[in-house]
Design a protein around this ligand. Structure first.
Ligand SMILES: *[C@@H]1O[C@H](CO)[C@@H](O)[C@H](O)[C@H]1NC(C)=O
Ligand SMILES: *[C@@H]1O[C@H](CO)[C@@H](O)[C@H](O)[C@H]1NC(C)=O
Length: 161
Protein backbone atom coordinates (compact mmCIF):
# COMPACT_ATOMS: atom_id res chain seq x y z
CA UNK A 1 0.00 0.00 0.00
CA UNK A 2 2.50 2.58 1.15
CA UNK A 3 4.98 1.81 -1.60
CA UNK A 4 2.25 2.26 -4.21
CA UNK A 5 1.46 5.65 -2.81
CA UNK A 6 5.07 6.83 -3.01
CA UNK A 7 5.51 6.10 -6.70
CA UNK A 8 3.42 8.84 -8.24
CA UNK A 9 5.11 11.72 -6.37
CA UNK A 10 8.49 10.31 -7.34
CA UNK A 11 7.46 10.16 -11.00
CA UNK A 12 6.13 13.65 -10.77
CA UNK A 13 9.40 14.80 -9.28
CA UNK A 14 11.38 13.12 -12.07
CA UNK A 15 9.09 14.67 -14.61
CA UNK A 16 9.81 18.14 -13.27
CA UNK A 17 13.55 17.48 -13.21
CA UNK A 18 13.42 16.38 -16.86
CA UNK A 19 11.27 19.34 -17.84
CA UNK A 20 13.66 21.74 -16.11
CA UNK A 21 16.65 20.24 -17.90
CA UNK A 22 14.87 20.26 -21.26
CA UNK A 23 14.07 23.94 -20.87
CA UNK A 24 17.68 25.01 -21.23
CA UNK A 25 18.46 24.71 -24.93
CA UNK A 26 22.02 24.44 -26.14
CA UNK A 27 23.58 27.28 -28.10
CA UNK A 28 23.15 25.10 -31.20
CA UNK A 29 19.44 24.68 -30.54
CA UNK A 30 19.18 28.44 -30.15
CA UNK A 31 20.71 28.89 -33.61
CA UNK A 32 18.17 26.47 -35.10
CA UNK A 33 15.35 28.17 -33.31
CA UNK A 34 16.41 31.40 -35.04
CA UNK A 35 16.56 29.68 -38.46
CA UNK A 36 20.33 29.62 -38.53
CA UNK A 37 22.58 26.59 -39.10
CA UNK A 38 24.47 25.03 -36.16
CA UNK A 39 27.74 25.21 -38.11
CA UNK A 40 28.01 28.92 -37.41
CA UNK A 41 29.41 27.98 -34.00
CA UNK A 42 32.33 25.62 -33.42
CA UNK A 43 31.79 22.54 -31.27
CA UNK A 44 33.47 24.08 -28.23
CA UNK A 45 30.66 26.19 -26.82
CA UNK A 46 30.75 25.87 -23.06
CA UNK A 47 28.42 28.57 -21.83
CA UNK A 48 26.27 31.21 -23.43
CA UNK A 49 23.87 33.89 -22.36
CA UNK A 50 20.96 35.19 -24.40
CA UNK A 51 18.65 38.06 -23.70
CA UNK A 52 15.52 37.03 -25.53
CA UNK A 53 14.07 40.53 -25.51
CA UNK A 54 16.99 42.27 -27.18
CA UNK A 55 18.61 39.25 -28.85
CA UNK A 56 21.96 40.13 -27.28
CA UNK A 57 24.13 37.10 -26.69
CA UNK A 58 27.55 36.10 -25.41
CA UNK A 59 29.09 32.76 -26.25
CA UNK A 60 32.04 31.33 -24.39
CA UNK A 61 34.28 28.95 -26.30
CA UNK A 62 36.84 28.63 -23.53
CA UNK A 63 39.77 29.26 -25.84
CA UNK A 64 40.81 30.81 -29.12
CA UNK A 65 39.47 28.71 -31.95
CA UNK A 66 41.00 28.74 -35.40
CA UNK A 67 40.47 26.56 -38.43
CA UNK A 68 41.16 26.58 -42.10
CA UNK A 69 38.93 25.50 -44.92
CA UNK A 70 39.54 25.13 -48.62
CA UNK A 71 38.40 28.65 -49.13
CA UNK A 72 39.04 30.54 -45.94
CA UNK A 73 40.60 30.77 -42.52
CA UNK A 74 38.50 31.73 -39.50
CA UNK A 75 39.34 32.78 -35.97
CA UNK A 76 36.95 32.86 -33.00
CA UNK A 77 37.97 34.61 -29.82
CA UNK A 78 37.29 32.83 -26.50
CA UNK A 79 34.28 35.12 -26.01
CA UNK A 80 32.07 36.20 -28.88
CA UNK A 81 28.98 38.38 -28.78
CA UNK A 82 26.33 39.90 -30.97
CA UNK A 83 22.63 40.29 -31.53
CA UNK A 84 20.55 37.40 -32.85
CA UNK A 85 17.26 37.70 -34.66
CA UNK A 86 15.28 35.40 -36.92
CA UNK A 87 17.69 34.47 -39.71
CA UNK A 88 20.48 36.80 -38.74
CA UNK A 89 23.26 37.68 -36.39
CA UNK A 90 24.41 41.28 -36.32
CA UNK A 91 26.83 43.39 -34.29
CA UNK A 92 29.01 40.32 -34.19
CA UNK A 93 32.23 40.66 -32.21
CA UNK A 94 35.05 38.18 -31.86
CA UNK A 95 34.95 36.33 -35.18
CA UNK A 96 37.38 37.17 -37.95
CA UNK A 97 38.19 35.80 -41.35
CA UNK A 98 41.33 36.13 -43.40
CA UNK A 99 40.73 38.09 -46.57
CA UNK A 100 43.81 38.09 -48.78
CA UNK A 101 46.50 38.68 -46.18
CA UNK A 102 44.39 40.51 -43.63
CA UNK A 103 42.25 39.45 -40.72
CA UNK A 104 38.92 41.27 -40.80
CA UNK A 105 36.02 41.07 -38.40
CA UNK A 106 32.85 39.37 -39.57
CA UNK A 107 30.20 41.80 -38.39
CA UNK A 108 27.08 39.99 -39.57
CA UNK A 109 25.82 36.62 -40.78
CA UNK A 110 22.51 36.84 -42.57
CA UNK A 111 20.50 33.97 -43.93
CA UNK A 112 19.38 34.51 -47.50
CA UNK A 113 17.32 31.47 -48.47
CA UNK A 114 19.82 28.71 -49.25
CA UNK A 115 22.85 30.78 -48.32
CA UNK A 116 24.41 32.53 -45.40
CA UNK A 117 25.83 35.93 -46.27
CA UNK A 118 28.81 36.99 -44.22
CA UNK A 119 29.51 40.66 -44.00
CA UNK A 120 32.81 42.30 -43.15
CA UNK A 121 31.57 45.85 -43.42
CA UNK A 122 31.67 46.93 -47.04
CA UNK A 123 32.14 43.46 -48.44
CA UNK A 124 30.04 40.37 -48.20
CA UNK A 125 30.25 36.79 -49.34
CA UNK A 126 27.61 34.06 -49.44
CA UNK A 127 28.16 30.41 -48.62
CA UNK A 128 25.74 27.57 -49.25
CA UNK A 129 23.87 26.80 -46.04
CA UNK A 130 24.61 23.07 -46.44
CA UNK A 131 28.22 23.82 -45.61
CA UNK A 132 27.09 24.57 -42.04
CA UNK A 133 25.05 21.46 -41.29
CA UNK A 134 27.60 20.48 -38.67
CA UNK A 135 29.68 22.52 -36.29
CA UNK A 136 33.35 22.86 -37.16
CA UNK A 137 35.94 21.70 -34.64
CA UNK A 138 38.67 24.03 -33.52
CA UNK A 139 41.85 23.12 -35.32
CA UNK A 140 40.53 20.91 -38.10
CA UNK A 141 37.30 22.77 -38.89
CA UNK A 142 34.84 20.97 -41.15
CA UNK A 143 37.37 18.44 -42.42
CA UNK A 144 38.18 16.54 -39.26
CA UNK A 145 37.15 13.21 -40.70
CA UNK A 146 38.85 13.72 -44.03
CA UNK A 147 38.91 10.03 -44.87
CA UNK A 148 35.13 9.85 -44.74
CA UNK A 149 35.00 11.51 -48.14
CA UNK A 150 31.66 13.12 -47.39
CA UNK A 151 30.18 15.14 -50.26
CA UNK A 152 31.48 18.57 -49.44
CA UNK A 153 29.89 21.81 -50.41
CA UNK A 154 32.15 24.41 -51.92
CA UNK A 155 32.87 27.11 -49.38
CA UNK A 156 35.15 29.43 -51.28
CA UNK A 157 34.47 32.96 -50.13
CA UNK A 158 33.91 35.27 -53.02
CA UNK A 159 33.78 38.78 -51.59
CA UNK A 160 31.81 41.47 -53.37
CA UNK A 161 30.24 44.81 -52.56
C1 LIG B 1 37.78 22.38 -27.89
O1 LIG B 1 37.72 21.34 -28.84
C2 LIG B 1 38.96 20.75 -29.12
C3 LIG B 1 38.76 19.73 -30.23
O2 LIG B 1 37.45 19.37 -30.40
C4 LIG B 1 39.51 20.11 -27.85
O3 LIG B 1 40.76 19.55 -28.12
C5 LIG B 1 39.63 21.20 -26.78
O4 LIG B 1 40.07 20.63 -25.57
C6 LIG B 1 38.31 21.89 -26.57
N1 LIG B 1 38.49 22.98 -25.65
C7 LIG B 1 37.57 23.29 -24.73
C8 LIG B 1 37.89 24.48 -23.90
O5 LIG B 1 36.55 22.66 -24.58
C1 LIG C 1 43.74 34.25 -27.49
O1 LIG C 1 44.61 34.88 -28.40
C2 LIG C 1 45.01 36.18 -28.00
C3 LIG C 1 45.82 36.83 -29.12
O2 LIG C 1 46.26 35.92 -30.06
C4 LIG C 1 45.79 36.08 -26.70
O3 LIG C 1 46.20 37.37 -26.29
C5 LIG C 1 44.91 35.45 -25.64
O4 LIG C 1 45.63 35.27 -24.46
C6 LIG C 1 44.36 34.12 -26.11
N1 LIG C 1 43.38 33.64 -25.15
C7 LIG C 1 43.31 32.38 -24.71
C8 LIG C 1 42.25 32.09 -23.71
O5 LIG C 1 44.05 31.50 -25.13
Amino acid sequence: MTSRATIPPLLLFLFFICAAVAQVPTAYEILQEYDLPVGLLPTNVTVYTLNRETGEFHVNLGENCTFKNDGYEVKYKPMISGVIRKGKVTKLKGVSVKVMLFWVQIVAAIRDEGEVDFSVGMLKAGIDIEAFEESPQCGCGFNCVASEGKGKVSNILDWSM
